[in-house]
Design a protein around this ligand. Structure first.
Ligand code: F6P
Length: 492
């Protein structure tokens, strides 16, 4: 393990959200999402100041009481770190999160528009960019600069598509700062970026290239980024190189697949709360359990997955009463109309399956819309088939987490457009996310796969994930950082 570093981690969502309980006492809950979980490991081993948006009213109070300074926090292991909340103007934050970051940037990254009908890039979007995305990024840049004044040698780790403008703003004010940016979503082809007005698509690319290192989960997203730097900014790019020259500076562009902490998952899987949930699932499950665990995000392709299950049930009456799909869906970004509408479409598709096939004593589809992590881990232990059919996905951590703790020789059905497919594809049943007939066929192949073949594939996935764990992901990024530091001639 590399030595302890001084790091400034910057992400929109922070590691904790503060709230009040029924008695009015302040409580801190763990922030949700795969990114936050992954970054927690960084906090355990390094000297970290984490900068994140104040999400709740209580977060804002915490920030106010601290006079805008960072507060002392503790990681799961008790390791100390500092958390600096950035308080944004509510309207600016709404334009930034609900109009620009998701849906606009998210939709570009995941190819979610059918371009004949959407998007309309109107005044509202330009306004949301200028009065929302840019000011919120400026707030983040101000907080980073303040922290760099305190710790000039710290390296800055920006995360994700919420923060494309901030690195350039920091670079203007601290030219020698060591800046890295991890993009956790897919990078789409240059043509798709051309949906965005030129000033916006240029700002995204220029902002990212203000960093010293830009990283993606796979070589596929990395390659697309290099192409789009060439196409959108007119830079000279050597596709086989992992660097781009930007004026006098060199930017390293890397593929570093994120992973999970196997030990943490083993512990969670053995915890009483998960065991209780597992007992509940085991008590009601049929012979074959097909599982999916997702946020209700259009990129996750839930509706086509349900349609595929319907086709499968149509073709295999012998399985009626013997199979169930358990869909555990975390409601996500419901203030954004596209997401709220998508959740409605999921519910309608689910209803169709049950209306067509439900019989006395058998519910073919159990759709649960809630955020219940212990229940998801319990289901990870129990599945026979795991369906991950995302349209596009930067990585998809469910594909790594669930096999780790599975006890039934479960088969992974995996979209060829997930980052995870680059690593796990050879042991999964690969599907095209648009081909519902193909997915129905894959469900049949998975359900009928011989026991020894199922076990062989599952063990290979588990071995791979245990070997390429979250600690390896962090080490690789710190090595990239050291290389960038050496190139700049700065002290470690
Ligand atoms: O995949 C990108 C990502 O930012 C994840 O890191 C995170 O789990 C997810 O999206 C959640 O997004 P939000 O913060 O909008 O809930």
């Amino acid at each position: 393990m590399a030595g302890r570093r001084r790091l400034i981690v910057v992400s929109n969502r922070g590691p904790v959200v503060h709230d009040r309980d029924a008695n009015g006492a302040r409580v801190a809950r763990r922030g949700g999402g795969g990114l936050v979980t992954a970054l927690r490991s960084l906090v355990e081993h390094h000297d970290v100041t984490w900068i994140a948006s104040a999400m709740s009213a209580e977060d804002k109070k915490v920030a106010e009481e601290a006079g805008g300074e960072p507060i002392a926090e503790e990681a799961r292991s008790g390791a100390p770190y500092r958390l600096r909340f950035v308080v944004h103007d509510p309207s600016a934050y709404d334009w930034y999160y609900n109009v620009v970051a998701n849906p606009m940037l998210w939709f570009v990254h995941h190819y979610l528009w059918g371009l004949a009908n959407a998007p309309d890039v109107d005044h509202g979007l330009h306004h949301a960019w200028n009065e929302g995305y840019v000011p919120v990024n400026r707030n983040f840049a101000d907080a980073v600069v303040t922290e760099l004044e305190r710790e000039p040698d710290a390296a800055v780790f920006f995360h994700d598509y919420h923060l494309y403008v901030a690195p350039g703003l920091v670079r203007e004010r601290v030219p020698d700062a060591l800046l890295t940016h991890f993009v956790h979503v897919p990078w789409s082809m240059p043509e798709y970026w051309r949906v965005l007005p030129q000033p916006i698509r240029r700002a995204v690319h220029e902002g990212l290239l203000a960093n010293d290192v830009v990283s993606f989960h796979t070589s596929r997203w990395r390659r697309n980024f290099l192409r789009s730097c060439e196409d959108i900014l007119g830079l000279e790019v050597d596709g086989s190189s992992d660097e781009i020259a930007v004026g006098e500076r060199v930017v390293a562009v890397r593929a570093r697949p994120i992973s999970v902490d196997p030990q943490e998952f083993d512990e969670i899987a053995a915890s009483p709360v998960v065991e209780a949930q597992e007992e509940a699932i085991a008590g009601t499950r049929p012979e074959t359990l097909i599982l999916r665990v997702d946020r209700t995000d259009p990129s996750k392709n839930v509706v086509r997955g349900l349609r595929a299950y319907e086709l499968y049930l149509d073709a295999h009456p012998e399985m009626h009463g013997r199979v169930q799909m358990l869909a555990l869906l975390d409601p996500s970004r419901q203030d954004i109309p596209e997401y709220a509408e998508y959740l409605g479409a999921v519910q309608r598709a689910a209803r169709t399956v049950n209306d067509r096939f439900q019989q006395e004593g058998w519910i073919p589809l159990d759709l649960q819309i809630q955020d219940n992590f212990p229940q998801a881990v319990a289901a990870y232990k129990q599945f026979d088939v795991l369906l991950v059919n995302a349209i596009f996905d930067g990585m998809n951590l469910v594909a790594k987490e669930a096999p780790l703790v599975n006890t039934r020789g479960g088969v992974l059905i995996l979209s060829e457009n997930t980052g995870a497919h680059e690593e796990l594809g050879e042991w999964a049943l690969t599907v095209n996310p648009f081909d519902v007939a193909g997915q129905a066929g894959a469900l049949h192949a998975a359900v009928t796969m011989a026991e020894d073949e199922r076990r062989r594939r599952l063990e290979a996935i588990v071995d791979h994930v245990r070997e390429h764990d979250i600690a390896g992901w962090i080490e690789a990024q710190l090595a990239d950082l050291d290389e960038a530091r050496a190139r700049l001639g700065a002290p470690a």
